[in-house]
Design a protein around this ligand. Structure first.
Ligand code: SF4
Length: 338
């Protein structure tokens, strides 16, 4: 049996057409699921009985459950239990301008970044599309909110689960789905070059963020093993190509690790690397964990690093520190359960 939340509207149109039904039934089902939030087929009153019976025999839904959620100021952290008893997380951040959610794309992650709790636990499997969609639906239902932006930056490397990711993005971007504008959706990658180029060719205007975290190959290869496969030079060329195809500015994510990548020398190397590119840098305060030896850079040093970049005409934002008191770093809540 398939999960209805794994189906994009075109996929559902094909399903109905193959049954000899009109394709607009897909839009009707989407309106029930995502607008009226009715997932019980028998309550979809504009569908005939035989069709409801067919849908009931082909599809199920709501397979993931909220195991627990924690709250600290404007941040909520959700731990979800999947039907095979694996766990994933999502972080909800409430801003003045709306609510953004950071979702997971895999159970664990194979990319092995040295500073990351999810990498430490390794990948168990990809998430299905519905497991990503249901994270958002359950959050909206629980907190009685509408999500205004989504970042795929939780547990997992999204481009390592590309097809399910794209179906997920298509559903949440669909005007009859969750209707979240493409410009409010960001996918963060550690730098899988072929997928960056594929992503650039999509018609939807999704944003891209690159987790760079180091300004040279030597340091980046120590922190992020993927750098031994795709060097900084190759990733930067892919970013240039992405920009030339999409005209959309790429975010460069840079987690600040004390005495590792936060020196003035690193800042100047970063400037040299990014000069003239249409990117902006997001400096991320590190969330320390018990299992890993990395420490966070102090606030003054983060500000100093940011100022060096700014003085050299690199646009910088410093991410507000969310929820370090509630295990908000990617993978921390899950690691307590596995
Ligand atoms: S930082 Fe991202 S890509 Fe790296 S191990 Fe963690 S989840 Fe995977």
């Amino acid at each position: 049996m398939e999960n209805i939340f794994s189906y994009t509207r075109p996929m559902l149109e094909d399903y109905f057409t193959n049954l000899g039904e009109k394709s607009y039934k897909a839009t009707q089902v989407f309106e029930w699921l995502y607008d009226k939030r009715v997932s019980n087929f028998s309550e979809m009153t504009n569908l005939k009985k035989e069709l409801i019976a067919k849908l009931e025999s082909d599809f199920d839904n709501y397979k993931i459950k909220i195991k627990k959620y924690q709250h600290s100021n404007e941040t909520y952290k959700f731990l979800f239990e999947l039907s095979d008893q694996n766990y994933i997380e999502a972080v909800v951040m409430q801003h003045d301008y709306g609510t953004s959610v950071c979702v997971s794309s895999e159970v664990g992650c194979n990319m092995g970044c040295a500073f990351c709790e999810s990498g430490r636990l390794k990948k168990v499997r990809n998430l299905n599309t519905y497991e990503m969609v249901e994270q958002l639906l359950l959050i909206e239902e629980t907190l009685k909110i509408r999500i205004s932006s989504v970042v795929v930056m939780g547990i997992g490397e999204p481009f390592d689960n590309y097809d399910n990711l794209i179906n997920f993005l298509t559903i949440i971007n669909d005007a009859k789905g969750l209707a979240i504008g493409a410009r409010h959706i960001t996918v963060s990658t550690c730098g899988l070059v072929p997928k960056i180029l594929e992503f650039a060719k999509l018609p939807m205007q999704f944003n891209l963020a690159l987790s760079l975290h180091a300004p040279d190959d030597e340091l980046r290869s120590k922190l992020m093993p993927i750098n031994k496969v795709y060097s900084i030079n190759e990733v930067m060329n892919a970013i240039d190509k992405y920009y030339s195809l999409t005209n959309r500015r790429v975010t460069i994510e840079y987690v600040m690790l004390d005495n590792v990548n936060d020196s003035d020398e690193c800042a100047f190397k970063l400037i040299k690397l990014l000069k003239g590119k249409n990117v902006y840098v997001n400096l991320i305060p590190y969330n320390e964990t018990n299992h890993l030896e990395f420490k966070k850079t102090c606030k003054e040093k983060v500000l100093h690093f940011g100022k060096i970049l700014q003085d050299n005409n690199i646009t910088v934002t410093i991410r507000k520190e969310f929820g370090s008191d509630i295990d908000a770093a990617c993978g921390q809540l899950r690691s307590k359960e596995v």
